[in-house]
Design a protein around this ligand. Structure first.
Ligand code: ATP
Ligand code: MG
Length: 266
């Protein structure tokens, strides 16, 4: 960790703690510089959403839980930011959904892959795919190092969870016929727009909720689960979130109200 002491009563203590965590893992070589920038971009949208898990996000989390539970070969794709922020939840989710965990980086280097693998192993992962020579398969349509995936993981997966992914790769995965579940605070990003299910929420709030929801739904029958997916419309859900942002901004502009921040769903 860095030397900065965050006063517990600081109004943005939690946000500062997350930033410090990312900076510390950046120093360890886990998070890329561009990962720090991506986090800042995410924070902007989190502000606009009142730093809450919205009802629309809860609907997407529910649908995502079902998609993962009913998948034949689910894979959780992990990058530097997600390993830094939610390694324990990734391992828990892999356990309850029988999913494989694969390191998949925009800025790939063996050093970064190994640091991420170590963090995931420490969090309890049995197996971590996509490291070093194991990432020898290639996603069609993508260039350079960004196309490398594990032939036992993402290449053969039917459902891929991509918390924080780049738009090009999301599109490429969808074109390969995979169902993509994304966690992305920006409802306008190409990832959010192209994923099969988009959870517009902070990964630090969404991942524990996703684990909880999978645990809750695990005992339900196949037909009940299918019903959840049939009733979920990703386009409609994204539109609801964009409308929510618009409404809260309009209220602020008209009444001069302040945004309310907190944990509960809005
Ligand atoms: P795209 O390539 O999908 O159009 P982009 O180029 O703007 O998006 P990327 O860096 O490729 O952004 O992807 C990172 C995404 O992760 C961004 O949309 C950012 O808002 C989002 N993000 C960053 N931090 C978090 C977080 N803690 N929780 C959820 N989403 C986050
Ligand atoms: Mg991008």
């Amino acid at each position: 960790m860095t030397d900065i002491k965050i006063p517990p009563d600081h109004p943005r203590a939690e946000s500062l703690r997350i930033r410090e965590k990312l900076i510390a893992y950046y120093s360890e070589g886990m998070v890329a510089v561009a990962g720090l920038m991506a986090h800042g971009r995410g924070e902007t949208f989190d502000y606009l959403l009142g730093e809450k898990t919205t009802k629309s996000a809860l609907k997407a989390i529910n649908a995502a839980a079902v998609m993962l539970l009913t998948a034949k070969k689910p894979v959780i794709s992990v990058n530097g930011n997600t390993a830094a922020l939610v390694a324990e939840e990734i391992v828990k989710l892999a356990h309850v959904t029988n999913a494989k965990i694969e390191v998949n980086l925009f800025y790939r280097s063996l050093e970064r892959e190994l640091v991420i693998k170590k963090r995931l192993k420490k969090a309890g992962a049995h197996e971590v795919l996509g490291v070093g020579e194991n990432a020898l398969a290639k996603i069609p349509e993508l260039s350079s190092e960004r196309r490398r995936v594990d032939p036992n993981g993402i290449l053969v997966a039917d459902v891929v969870l991509v918390p924080l992914e780049d738009g090009d790769r999301t599109e490429a995965l969808v074109k390969m016929g995979k169902k993509v579940v994304a966690i992305d605070l920006n409802p306008l990003s190409r990832t959010a727009q192209n994923a099969t299910i988009t959870i517009v929420d902070n990964v630090v709030r969404a991942m524990p909720r996703l684990v909880e929801t999978v645990e809750k739904l695990k005992c339900q029958g196949k037909s009940e689960l299918k019903e959840v997916l049939l009733n979920f419309d990703n386009r409609k859900n994204l539109t609801e979130i964009i409308a929510l942002i618009k409404e809260s901004l309009s209220e602020l502009a008209e009444k001069g109200e302040t945004l309310s921040f907190g944990e509960s769903a809005i």
